[in-house]
Write a protein that binds this ligand. Structure first.
Ligand SMILES: Nc1ncnc2c1ncn2[C@@H]1O[C@H](COP(=O)(O)OP(=O)(O)OP(=O)(O)O)[C@@H](O)[C@H]1O
Ligand SMILES: [Mg+2]
Length: 266
């Protein structure tokens, strides 16, 4: 079993805020892993740090098929086979989706004629043909942007795909379509990390493992039963079972803290 992605003891902070706290994760080639975690637990940050977004102070290691990622520039990480689909895909007016995929594919050493054939086939499969000559994500609906991200993954054939909330904002049919697309892309050459808030998408696909991320690290891993536990009891249930304290909330304030001249609460 070769490992697609191996992350060990990864910590990251930005602007003095520690977000990842010694996170470890291993995704073998051929497997699809889901990460679920409360808002602000660091899921998108994990993707940003792995793809090399600037501004983070990072420690730990992260390997793609044995090659160290951390410290490499963004483009080299992509050439090693890392692809991220974004929680909030950026609109790039003036760059057509087809041109973007051809350029990205060429950079990865793919043949242009083969790329164009793949683009036509995959766009047809996802009903995205009419978007190929439109600007990347420009004026696309939220769901169309997410489908565009999946199309890029199908065309560019990464070794590791980080799918950040690829199911958010999709209609019921599109959730099924995206789930089935991810399943259909399973290959012994690919490892997938799928970040999601909804166990709904897990009805249409079978991740090999589900990880729960709280406070910047993976605190539990298991099968479908973990998603069911979350569905039933929320993160509170997992916190209680594992004895993880709730993050400290702002101290409760009295009205008089805001209106010092008025004795509201005397
Ligand atoms: N530049 C920054 N400065 C300070 N805090 C930041 C910065 N960037 C992110 N954070 C904080 O880091 C935490 C983790 O953010 P992140 O986007 O990784 O969460 P997430 O798990 O993806 O959440 P969601 O489920 O809402 O998408 C949040 O509390 C966020 O406010
Ligand atoms: Mg996020």
């Amino acid at each position: 079993m070769t490992t697609a992605l191996k992350v060990s003891d990864l910590s990251a902070q930005i602007d003095g805020k520690k977000i990842l706290n010694g996170l470890s994760l291993e995704v073998p080639l051929g497997e699809v892993h889901a990460i679920m975690g409360p808002n602000g637990s660091g899921k998108s940050t994990l993707c940003h740090v792995l793809t090399g977004k600037a501004g983070y102070e990072v420690s730990g290691t992260a390997h793609i098929k044995g090659d160290e990622l951390l410290g490499l520039p963004v483009d080299q990480r992509a050439r090693l086979g890392l692809l991220q689909s974004f929680q909030y895909p950026t609109e790039v007016p003036g760059v057509r989706l087809r041109e973007f995929m051809v350029e990205a594919g060429e950079e990865r050493g793919m043949d242009v004629a083969e790329l164009n054939t793949r683009i036509d086939e995959e766009a047809d499969r996802f009903g995205m043909t009419r978007f190929l000559d439109r600007s990347l994500n420009d004026d696309l609906s939220g769901g169309e942007k997410k489908k565009s991200e999946i199309l890029q993954m199908a065309v560019l054939q990464p070794k590791v795909a980080l799918l950040d909330e690829v199911d958010s904002g999709l209609d019921i049919d599109a959730v099924r379509q995206v789930a089935e697309a991810v399943e259909s892309m399973r290959s012994p050459e690919l490892g997938v990390v799928m970040i999601t808030h909804y166990s709904r998408i897990l009805r249409y696909m079978t991740p090999d493992r589900i990880h729960v991320m709280i406070d910047g690290k993976i605190v539990d891993s298991g099968g479908r039963e973990l998603a069911e536990e979350l569905e039933a009891g929320g993160y509170e249930a997992v916190r209680n079972r594992l004895g993880i304290e709730r993050p400290s909330l702002e101290p409760e304030r009295k009205p008089s803290d805001y209106f010092t001249e008025t004795p509201f609460d005397v």
